[in-house]
Design a protein around this ligand. Structure first.
Ligand code: SF4
Ligand code: SF4
Length: 375
């Protein structure tokens, strides 16, 4: 058997649903596309991890010859109803390749170890444009919503790839948009109008982007989320699946009866938005980090998102939790708690805001309280 066949057999054996192989040539079209989007994508171009450099694998690893692209179907078990609409499926499914002691990281490490045992040198320390890699390796097509779709699986997939120094047999690319010609369901469903043309996303309007990328210290962004977007985030504190849920290419998967995931069932029992706003150390370690540990560096951003979500419920029962959050030492949390109170509105919320205004010393929080009182 060839090394190509051995690699594919091993990847399928450890649970990946598709595996394809392509050359390590540059993804020049991807680089051109990102650069053509100008300021919308400056956060990506300026990312300290040099994401565009990864689109030139041979620049990162001169011996690079091939890229192995694998697909993990993360929708094989049911997602608890109480978590849907709050946490994106990909996070619930713990879809991270790092750290290696979590399930997807362990699977990825198994594949890496197999390749090394079979004489391959592996490229490390750079990130590839996974959707482009998967399409060139023949394991994914595109949707107008920008997501990659795997055959008979849909878009609820994790794409990962590994660059190696061996010449392998390459698969035929599947660079196609496989959507019904007149379908615009994803664009119509997007709460913020972030998909402004097929295959064109304004990340600054995307809820998923706003929920995690808006952290201070990242290039091209701040922790500020515009009020118009806050309102449209609903109760989503991490991720957004709306444009995938609306998609007919996912309907078979969404309708299928899946077995429960006992880990998620237990986690869902512990999870609530008020607990996320309060964020005890135990809640952060036991309930938040297992499903969201990779993208957000500081728990205050989850607390901000929880304050937005509680405000968007419009329920007066959450006023005490938001009032208490206005004692938080982080002005970010206090400012968004004020917004949440203004969003709920009514006399009770107003009296909390007026009381807090008298005590507050941060000019940022004062501006949020005043805006909330005027709203
Ligand atoms: S993830 Fe949500 S906000 Fe972003 S494009 Fe899709 S539907 Fe719109
Ligand atoms: S909703 Fe329609 S247009 Fe959008 S990705 Fe799915 S099939 Fe394509």
């Amino acid at each position: 058997m060839s090394l190509t066949r051995d690699i594919k057999d091993f990847a399928l054996d450890i649970g990946y649903s598709h595996v394809g192989i392509t050359s390590a040539d540059d993804f020049s079209d991807f680089i051109d596309e990102v650069q053509s989007r100008g300021r919308l994508y400056d956060f990506y171009v300026e990312d300290p991890r040099k994401l565009l450099t990864g689109a030139q694998p041979k620049k990162c690893m001169p011996e690079a010859k091939s890229i192995i692209s694998v697909v993990w179907d993360y929708s094989q078990k049911a997602f608890p109803e109480s978590l849907l609409g709050k946490i994106g499926r990909i996070y619930q499914a713990r879809c991270y390749n790092a750290p290696p002691h979590r399930i997807n990281g362990a699977r990825y490490k198994l594949l890496s170890d197999f390749l090394e045992k079979n004489g391959c040198q592996i490229g490390r320390g750079f990130l590839l444009p996974e959707r482009r890699v998967a399409a060139r390796a023949g394991v994914a097509t595109f949707g107008k919503n920008n997501f990659a779709y795997a055959k008979n699986t849909g878009s609820f997939i994790l794409l990962s790839s590994i660059v190696v120094d061996k010449e392998l047999e390459y698969d035929s690319p599947t660079y196609e948009i496989k959507c019904p010609k007149d379908c615009t369901a994803c664009m119509d469903a997007c709460p913020t109008g972030a998909i402004y043309e097929p295959l064109k996303l304004n990340p600054r309007r995307c809820i998923a982007f706003n929920a995690w990328r808006t952290q201070d210290g990242f290039p091209g962004v701040t922790s500020y989320i515009p009020p118009e977007i806050r309102e449209k985030m609903g109760t989503r504190v991490h991720g957004c699946d709306v444009c995938q849920e609306a998609c007919p290419r996912n309907s078979a998967k969404l309708k299928s009866k899946l077995p429960q995931d006992p880990f998620l069932v237990q986690l869902a029992e512990d999870f609530s938005l008020p607990k996320m706003l309060e964020m005890s150390d135990q809640f952060y370690e036991k309930t938040v980090r297992p499903i969201m540990y990779n993208y957000i560096s500081d728990k205050k951003y989850f607390q901000r998102n929880a304050a937005i979500a509680l405000g968007n419920t419009g329920l007066a029962e959450h006023i005490p939790a938001l009032d208490q959050a206005m004692d938080n030492p982080e002005e970010l949390v206090r400012g968004y708690a004020a917004w949440g109170l203004g969003r709920i509105g009514g006399e009770k919320a107003r009296s909390v805001l007026e009381r807090r205004l008298k005590k507050e010393s941060s000019s940022y929080v004062i501006s949020e309280i005043r805006a909330a009182l005027e709203s």
